[in-house]
Design a binder for this molecule. Structure first.
Ligand code: BDP
Length: 682
């Protein structure tokens, strides 16, 4: 098994006879649409694989019936299982009245109901009534793919989109990609990098992008594009891209019209502006709202939306990057057009293995906010580390912002229920690429899966999602499945321990975000170094963000700030995010900071070895090709964990001046610095 089929294997299940009676036939009350035909095709294909019975199409009274029910929310569905009637099966014909109804108000609802049913059967779970509808409207993947086929922060090969072949050649893989997304409820995709080439707005690229939109549409997926804010200058040869300039506005309006001529149901624009060198409205003395509203006006006649990213920070050696997005965006609350949503990363810095939730959540009650996660593992081990993101996603979603009092979780901010938002969205930076198994590390498929499932329903638990994914992807043997799911469940904490324990953050290599470089002290910008964040000195370690320091804590609701204000009461996982702690200070564990620091790195290493043993125990229980591949990657993870431990303990020891109390580094600091330097040679 090369992993290509993801969680959609649909091989015959051992208890096929339990489900076979239902697989006899399909009937539908819906008039035919492309999405409905997809649903029928997927159900037929899935049932045939899972049960061995190929369903017939009947005009009515099928053993599976698509039923129209206007009361069900758009995209939602209900499954009703009639288990009362006795039944006997002869070939594909069905005697009796055993049937399943999939009810929905739209063809999309039917499609999602179909995948829910197939998911249930593939896990060999009992069929049961269920009612489900998505909590956010746009469940979106952001691809960071470039015109030349590379991917920014992609670790699974090249881009899936073969721009040079498109539009004449349409790779069937695009369809497989779309069905994988539809199977977990993803309904929106932006196909290009947020560091956007203006070329995507040209007729040349619009015809290519249109070909993708045509593939995605029957799977219920809307296409979006990232745009370069300077396009009027770059493509239109205008003198300015000032959002208040009438010519600039007219240029965008004409461009939007052109895009919609190609793709009538185009979703809208996503914009990274005035961030990391990208152009934006601030160059002209305008605000982010001025920029967003200009684009919103251009797409509004076509029901398009603008997704404006809040990932902004200016190089400021005295400031605290933690506060910058807040400083720029909070004053703009309530000034964005109705079809704008502001997209905020889960944490205030940048997709670290653990971050406190972004202080903008809970602080912009008059603006719809989208939550952006990074599924691709830029800071979480590339494609050599197991890092089950669901744990990180849930930690953020369940964080309480106190926006409207206790219980105002990030999940509620983004599902719109606190402010009655019309546009709601959860986005994830995609981890897919041209690798045969889509995600490089096979276990990273679980992150794509978990993102979709949580975007649909933020209340699902990480355990449930892990269990579902394992049973569909790796094994249904219950002991083996438990072991595999446990590996996922433990992986996040283990990774944090051997890379950035106790709230340490942003100490990765300048050019190797999978590896350590805590000594990094010079870069193009101060906030791209490591010392900016760890603030180590002979006294202690960590970034003081309370009133005595940068005061970033004051951006949170007082109830939130309270949890992190006092170092003695701060959850140790966030300690160094908010406090500069003395090396010899005793922590709640009874150990000094330094000893606890050494202890966690060393524990992280031991845990990686335990993950290796756990995986080894699955030999013979999972496919041999998958077994060998993951085993190899775990060995690489083990090697990388030693590098992280050695680098951080030896480097920070130059400040603490205390003996390493747990574990013994295998090299000197000078040797490690040299290894890391060589790793970063071009
Ligand atoms: C950072 C990445 C950079 C992205 C940026 C972003 O290193 O490549 O362009 O995020 O989100 O984490 O715009």
């Amino acid at each position: 098994d090369d992993g290509y089929r993801l969680w959609l294997k649909f091989d015959k299940v051992a208890s096929a006879s339990r489900y076979a009676p239902y697989a006899a036939s399909i009937s539908s009350e819906f008039s035919s649409t492309p999405i409905l035909e997809t649903a029928r095709k997927e159900l037929t294909h899935g049932l045939k694989g899972l049960t061995g019975v190929a369903p017939a199409n009947l005009p009515k009274n099928g053993s599976i019936q698509f039923v129209l029910d206007a009361k069900i929310p758009a995209e939602g569905f209900e499954i009703q299982v009639d288990q009362k009637a006795k039944i006997s099966v002869e070939g594909a014909s069905i005697v009796g009245r055993k049937y399943i109804r999939i009810k929905a108000s739209t063809d999309r609802g039917i499609l999602y109901g179909v995948f829910e049913l197939l998911r249930t059967i593939q896990q060999e779970k009992p069929l049961a009534d269920i009612s489900s509808s998505p909590k956010v409207k746009f469940r979106m993947l952001n691809h960071w793919d470039n015109v030349m086929g590379t991917i920014e922060r992609g670790y699974a090969g090249q881009s899936l989109w073969k721009w040079y072949e498109l539009p004449e050649t349409v790779d069937p893989r695009y369809t497989d990609y779309a069905r994988a997304n539809a199977s977990i409820g993803i309904n929106a995709v932006s196909v290009n990098n947020v560091n956007a080439s203006a070329r995507f707005m040209t007729p040349e690229y619009l015809t290519k992008v249109k070909a993708l939109a045509d593939v995605f549409r029957p799977y219920g997926i809307k296409l979006f594009l990232s745009v370069n804010f300077a396009s009027p200058k770059i493509l239109g040869r205008l003198k300015t891209s000032d959002p208040l300039d009438p010519e600039v506005r007219a240029w965008w309006q004409a461009k939007a019209k052109e895009v919609y001529r190609h793709i009538p149901d185009f979703g809208g624009f996503i914009v990274k502006a005035n961030s990391e060198g990208e152009p934006g409205p601030q160059e002209f003395g305008r605000t982010h709202a001025d920029g967003a509203n200009m684009l919103a006006e251009a797409v509004q006649p076509f029901n398009g939306i603008v997704i404006w990213r809040a990932f902004v920070y200016a190089p400021n050696p005295k400031g605290d990057r933690f506060k910058e997005a807040y400083t720029d965006f909070k004053p703009l609350d309530g000034t964005f057009a109705k079809n704008v949503i502001v997209q905020v990363k889960n944490g205030p810095i940048d997709f670290q293995p653990r971050e406190p939730f972004h202080p903008l959540f809970g602080a912009m009650p008059k603006t719809p906010l989208a939550l952006e996660f990074q599924i691709t593992q830029e800071y979480t081990g590339f494609s050599t580390n197991i890092f089950y993101q669901s744990i990180l996603f849930k930690e953020c979603l369940d964080s309480d912002t106190y926006q409207n009092g206790k219980g105002s979780t990030v999940a509620k901010v983004i599902d719109g229920s606190l402010g009655n938002d019309q546009i709601t969205m959860m986005a994830g930076v995609a981890n897919t690429g041209s690798d045969r198994n889509w995600t490089g590390h096979l276990m990273s498929q679980a992150n794509w899966y978990a993102f979709g499932r949580l975007a649909w329903n933020q209340t699902l638990s990480s355990e449930q999602i892990a269990d579902e994914w394992v049973k569909q992807t790796l094994t249904r043997d219950s002991t083996a499945a438990k072991t595999a799911a446990d590996i996922l469940m433990k992986s996040r904490d283990t990774y944090v321990k051997f890379t950035t324990p106790l709230g340490l953050h942003h100490v990765m290599g300048q050019g190797i975000h999978w590896g350590p470089e805590p000594w990094l002290e010079r870069s193009q910008r101060p906030d791209w170094t490591s010392i900016y964040y760890h603030r180590a000195d002979t006294l202690g370690l960590g970034f003081d963000r309370k009133a005595t320091g940068s005061n970033a804590l004051s951006l949170y609701h007082p109830e939130v700030a309270k949890q992190w204000n006092d170092p003695a009461k701060t959850d140790l996982n966030y300690l160094l995010w908010f406090h500069h702690v003395g090396w010899k200070e005793k922590l709640s564990t009874g150990q000094t900071l330094w000893d606890e620091f050494c202890f966690r790195y060393n524990t992280g290493l031991k845990e990686v070895e335990a993950l290796q043993r756990d995986w080894d125990s699955l030999q013979g229980k999972v496919d041999p090709e998958i077994f060998a591949d993951v085993k190899g990657r775990l060995a690489a993870q083990q090697r990388e964990s030693v590098l992280w431990r050695d680098a951080n303990l030896l480097y920070f020891q130059t400040y603490s001046k205390m003996p390493i109390s747990y574990g013994t580094p295998t090299r000197t600091l000078a040797e490690i610095k040299e290894i890391v330097r060589i790793y970063q040679l071009k």
